[in-house]
Design a protein around this ligand. Structure first.
Ligand code: SAM
Length: 305
């Protein structure tokens, strides 16, 4: 049985879908951990799934991620279809492909732009000139009325300059967006994930130690969040449906009904609640995986208690 706190959280989480229409990308990041597989979900498949979902479940938000979703020609039209229905759309993007003018309701869209530190660190990973490109994209988006957040990968070499990075964002944008730091996926994640398991380069981007990740979790806004709860119905580009954006074991596929997928997620949380060692976390859809940071969370819980 789920605790009332987890039940309440699940109720909210089910109002928010995560959809990955493709894994292909226009950039070749040196430390990207995801495999660039070929399937691409057609727009009609996504709309049909959202239709079916809305018949059984209140839906307020969809987060789209990739790959790079702005590389899809249909993407602005998909966003417009969703905002027209009153759904708030979030887009995780590298901010290097500008299709902003085609989006009709910027105020119903949050662009989460990935910036991996100050210009030299960002461009070392994403390629020369891409920091300035993404900043220009954000400046234009801000003028047009989009909401903006930042996701930022942290590794050994940029760990010491996070305050400098935030001052730079403030200077470039005229405000400081919410920054969510993503500790570079540790080997314990990469070794356990059957698909998203690219090690990438380490020379300028070394992995953080366990203690550095724990310290980052204590002091910054991070993903995964330290009290977890980051599960949701998450659709992948091959039609499999997971219990979170980092899932390894599918709940089912797009051929299942939304209710079957929701019940499968609930069953996963039930298992988690029987095996939880993290004390007070909101839960995880894959208790055996937990993004490779289970022991970090257990240690963090000991420090907090
Ligand atoms: C795989 S990307 C796809 C979306 C988009 N192309 C972008 O760059 O934002 C999704 C998120 O994963 C983050 N990411 C990529 N490689 C990572 C790694 N090795 N460790 C942690 N996060 C990573 C990216 O920075 C981005 O915020």
């Amino acid at each position: 049985m789920l605790s009332q706190r987890v039940e309440d959280h699940l109720k909210l989480v089910l109002q928010h879908l995560y959809i990955n229409p493709l894994e292909r990308c226009n950039l070749k990041c040196k430390i990207c951990y995801t495999r660039k597989t070929s399937p691409i979900l057609p727009m009609e498949t996504i709309v049909a799934f959202v239709d079916a979902y809305q018949k059984v479940q209140l839906l307020t938000t969809i987060t789209f991620c990739g790959g790079e979703v702005f590389a899809l020609e249909y993407f602005p039209s998909l966003v417009n279809t969703m905002t027209h229905r009153g759904i708030f759309v979030q887009v995780i993007t590298n901010g290097t492909i500008d299709q902003l003018d085609k989006i009709t309701h910027p105020n119903n869209v949050n662009l989460i732009v990935s910036l991996d530190g100050i210009e030299s660190h960002h461009d070392a990973n994403r390629g020369a000139g891409n920091f300035r490109k993404s900043i220009s994209f954000m400046q234009k988006a801000h003028r047009l009325g989009f909401h903006l957040d930042v996701f930022s990968i942290v590794h050994k070499n940029n760990l010491g300059s996070l305050d400098q990075f935030e001052s730079l964002l403030q200077k470039e944008l005229g405000f400081l967006p919410t920054v969510t730091y993503h500790p570079r996926k540790p080997p314990t994640y990469l070794n356990a994930h059957p698909i998203s398991n690219i090690f990438g380069e380490t020379r300028e981007f070394d992995f953080l130690t366990k203690q550095e990740i724990i310290e980052l979790m204590k002091t910054r806004n991070v993903f995964p969040p330290k009290d977890l709860g980051c599960y949701q119905i998450a659709v992948a580009s091959d039609g499999k449906v997971y219990g979170c954006c980092e899932g390894t074991l599918p709940l089912g596929t797009l051929h299942n009904t939304p209710n079957e997928l929701i019940e499968a997620l609930r069953a996963r949380l039930d298992v988690w609640s029987q095996t939880d060692m993290t004390i007070g976390c909101l839960g995880c859809s894959q208790h055996e995986f937990m993004c490779g940071i289970k022991e970090y969370l257990v240690e963090l819980a000991k420090i907090d208690s």
